[in-house]
Write a protein that binds this ligand. Structure first.
Ligand SMILES: [Zn+2]
Length: 167
């Protein structure tokens, strides 16, 4: 038995999450308390969580796009069917949520986007190249063939080079 430091109740050891950094190998609070705390945190900090998600997406865009591309290739039919259903059921809900968040935090989002866009444009990161290709071809991010990025990169480099030699 172990005493939960949050609710002060004695519970069986299995009622605590494993935690190797603790002396007894278990978390200081019980699973029920942890769950309740997480629930409260999510409820009280929806913006923090949305911001973290936005940041994660931006920072891991390349990884996410690659994963999506792979998954799409391997599960083509399943996805088509799932998408049709999911879109019908959740698309409006999701866009509404995302729109609301952006509406409530326009400056934060804009500043974050500006910062990333500046960095990505400068470094010619796949996120930026993908963006250029998408606006040119109308393809969704996950459908842009990886070769296109290399071609686009070369095009942009040539264009930038020509700008420096004009004067
Ligand atoms: Zn507890």
């Amino acid at each position: 038995m172990k005493k939960c430091s949050r609710c002060k109740e004695f519970k069986v050891i299995e009622a605590f999450h494993k935690n190797k950094s603790r002396k007894d190998g278990r978390a200081w609070e019980c699973k029920a308390c942890k769950k309740e705390h997480n629930r409260k945190y999510r409820q009280e900090n929806p913006e923090k969580i949305a911001e973290r998600k936005h940041k994660y997406y931006k920072e891991n865009f390349e990884k996410i796009a690659e994963q999506k591309r792979k998954y799409k290739q391997e599960n083509f039919e399943k996805i088509a069917e799932y998408n049709r259903k999911y879109k019908q059921e959740n698309f409006e809900k999701y866009t509404e949520y995302s729109r609301k968040y952006k509406q409530k935090n326009p400056e934060k989002i804009m500043e974050l986007d500006r910062e990333y866009n500046r960095k990505y444009r400068q470094e010619l990161r796949p996120y930026y190249l993908n963006h250029l290709i998408r606006s040119q071809t109308g393809l969704p991010a996950a459908d842009v063939p990886p070769e296109f990025s290399d071609i686009k990169k070369a095009q942009v480099l040539i264009h930038r080079f020509s700008l420096t030699t004009k004067n």
